[in-house]
Write a protein that binds this ligand. Structure first.
Ligand SMILES: Nc1ncnc2c1ncn2[C@@H]1O[C@H](COP(=O)(O)OP(=O)(O)OP(=O)(O)O)[C@@H](O)[C@H]1O
Ligand SMILES: [Mg+2]
Length: 226
């Protein structure tokens, strides 16, 4: 029997605007360029290989979770959104991420659950232990690249943000910075886990950030990426 070595799950974490999607996309391209089998999975990845039915179902769930207006969001409440997100992350893990890893493909995961957990950890209306538990069964990442950026710099990069990204504390810049500072504290607590690797991205170009990330992958997994 021929067995394939499972791929590595590489997640990207950081506050809103830290550069997660930018790094995830360039990392995916770099791995492919180096001849590695890799898939990029993000917020709207709903394709389940070889199953039109499951892909269609994932698409519907994605719309339920992400395509709603602010009034609907507020009316449903924080517990509902925690469970809806848990449903989404559960299916994406089971139907998309795990099969890819088993097939030997590396998975670059943008928009992993870590930021959601950090947000719920500072939400006084939902017990943190509950939020932790609804994500506890997800496949642990082999590496979490934690992009550390000040909230002020994230604001400069993003220029605009949603009410959610300001913690519903108002739509002003101060609310964004103070909320993101709190989220960063929670992310740093998660970063105690051995799989997490911090990269200080303040003042670094996307290329520099990519190079640091590639260095980490080479060091930890011995991937030939040059
Ligand atoms: N190293 C960098 N230097 C300067 N600007 C950057 C850098 N990386 C990304 N950006 C820019 O910053 C903005 C936010 O980046 P990106 O969308 O990748 O962040 P994100 O962490 O995925 O954000 P979100 O949490 O909103 O999904 C984008 O406009 C992007 O082009
Ligand atoms: Mg993003």
């Amino acid at each position: 029997m021929i067995t394939t070595a499972p791929g590595k799950l590489i997640a990207v974490a950081g506050i809103d605007g830290a550069g997660k999607s930018t790094l995830a996309a360039s990392l995916h391209a770099a791995l492919k360029d180096a001849g590695q089998d890799a898939v990029l999975i993000g917020k709207h990845t709903t394709e389940v290989p070889m199953s039109a039915d499951l892909s269609a179902y994932m698409d519907q769930l994605n719309a339920v979770v992400y395509k709603r207006n602010a009034d609907v969001g507020a009316a449903c409440g924080d517990h509902y959104w925690l469970f809806a997100l848990a449903a989404w992350y559960t299916l994406q893990d089971r139907l998309v991420i795990q099969p890819a890893l088993r097939a030997g493909s590396h998975v670059i995961l943008d928009n992993a659950h870590h930021k959601i957990l950090a947000r719920y950890a500072i939400n006084p209306d939902v017990p943190t232990g509950l939020a932790r538990q609804v994500f506890a069964h997800l496949t642990p990442a082999d590496m979490v690249l934690f992009l550390r950026l000040t909230a002020e710099e994230a604001l400069r990069r993003k220029q605009e943000f949603s009410a959610l990204e300001a913690g519903r504390g108002g739509a002003n810049n101060e609310a964004f910075v103070s909320y993101q500072d709190d989220v960063a504290v929670q992310l740093r607590q998660q970063a105690d886990d051995h799989a997490w690797t911090s990269i200080d991205v303040n003042g670094k170009t996307p290329d520099l950030v990519l190079n640091e990330a590639l260095l980490q992958l080479t060091e930890h997994f011995g991937l030939q990426l040059a």
